[in-house]
Ligand binder design. Structure first.
Ligand code: GZL
Length: 307
């Protein structure tokens, strides 16, 4: 992507260090905590001066933070957009100030791709597809209806939109799969539990829960057990992320399948920051590598997991 002059606007520090302004979504989940740690640790290791802001899941706070970074004349701005829309104005302000922007974790729906240098993050549609493929393969021998409830991520966010699409496209291949309820759990345990309690009250025959992240799945497990049902047995559970607590529940048989979404974007982000600062051309899209886990695989890898 074009845009910006590549070497920032002076950087705000005279010690020759690159100054990076980073606006983080919030601290809503285990994934986010691991992502923040990866970014902070990697900036330190790279000798990059990190100005870090937590937006508490509010877009207006991210926009304020980006404007503050522009005022401070940082060299580079990076952020994880809490939702996909509404960024063009502030990104244009950064471009006009000659400060390159890097998107991490989540995408924006701006059609002007000169507003940012690159986007590093997962393919969320693919993650949803992996979840759907696993489910389809669990029900090859039956034509009975499979009633699914879905806990969506933050409304309007790229992971929520795309994980829903990827999963929906796969299960649409067989009419026995029915999403009987779908609502946002805001990527948090508390909201996931609350919404799952409502799902359980309204739907006596739930076969499967598809939760867009582990945290909502873990909250739902509390609700399922509170309703006297066995998570992983009475109701099969598929989640996305593969953070420690999710992997522990998978190993314990309370979750059935997890699609990994790596939060460890820090090292690659700092590499991109240094390249962009040096005026090098970078790939417009850097997709993070990730896999999937069954219950057996979780038991095997748990001891070595970083997060
Ligand atoms: C995905 C990330 C999502 C995680 C959630 O890259 O944006 O946000 O899946 C987190 O756990 O809250």
């Amino acid at each position: 992507c074009g845009g910006g002059d590549g070497d920032g606007a002076g950087g705000g520090t005279d010690d020759g260090k690159i100054t990076l302004g980073f606006s983080q979504v919030g601290a809503e989940s285990g994934w986010r905590t691991a992502n923040t740690k990866s970014i902070q640790d990697s900036a330190k290791q790279a000798g990059i001066d990190l100005k870090f802001s937590d937006a508490q899941q509010k877009q207006e706070n991210q926009i304020k933070a980006i404007r503050s970074f522009i005022q401070q004349k940082v060299d580079i701005i990076a952020f994880s957009p809490v939702v996909e829309s509404g960024w063009d104005t502030v990104l244009k302000e950064a471009k006009d100030a000659g400060i390159p922007v890097i998107l991490t974790d989540r995408a924006v729906d701006s059609t002007d791709t000169t507003l940012y240098k690159t986007f590093i993050g997962s393919d969320f549609v693919e993650e949803g597809k992996k979840a759907g493929d696993w489910l389809v393969n669990q029900y090859t021998t039956t034509t009975d209806p499979v009633n699914i409830v879905e806990l969506q991520g933050t409304t309007g966010s790229a992971p929520a939109n795309d994980r829903k699409k990827g999963f929906g496209d796969v299960i649409a291949t067989d009419p026995k799969f029915k999403i009987i309820a779908s609502q946002t759990g805001e990527f948090t345990r508390a909201k996931g539990k609350e919404v799952m309690e409502a799902f359980l009250k309204a739907n006596p025959d739930i076969d499967v829960l598809y939760a867009h992240n582990d945290d909502m799945g873990l909250g739902a497990i509390e609700a399922i057990e509170g309703a006297g049902k066995k998570p992983g047995t009475d109701i099969k559970i598929i989640t996305v992320d593969a953070v420690h607590d999710g992997m522990q529940a998978l190993a314990d048989g309370k979750i059935n399948f997890i699609v990994e979404c790596s939060p460890l974007l820090g090292p690659q982000l700092m590499d991109l920051v240094q390249k962009v600062h040096a005026g090098e051309t970078v790939e417009p899209r850097v997709i993070t590598k990730e896999t999937t886990f069954t219950q057996e695989q979780a038991k095997a890898v748990l001891p070595e997991r970083q997060y």
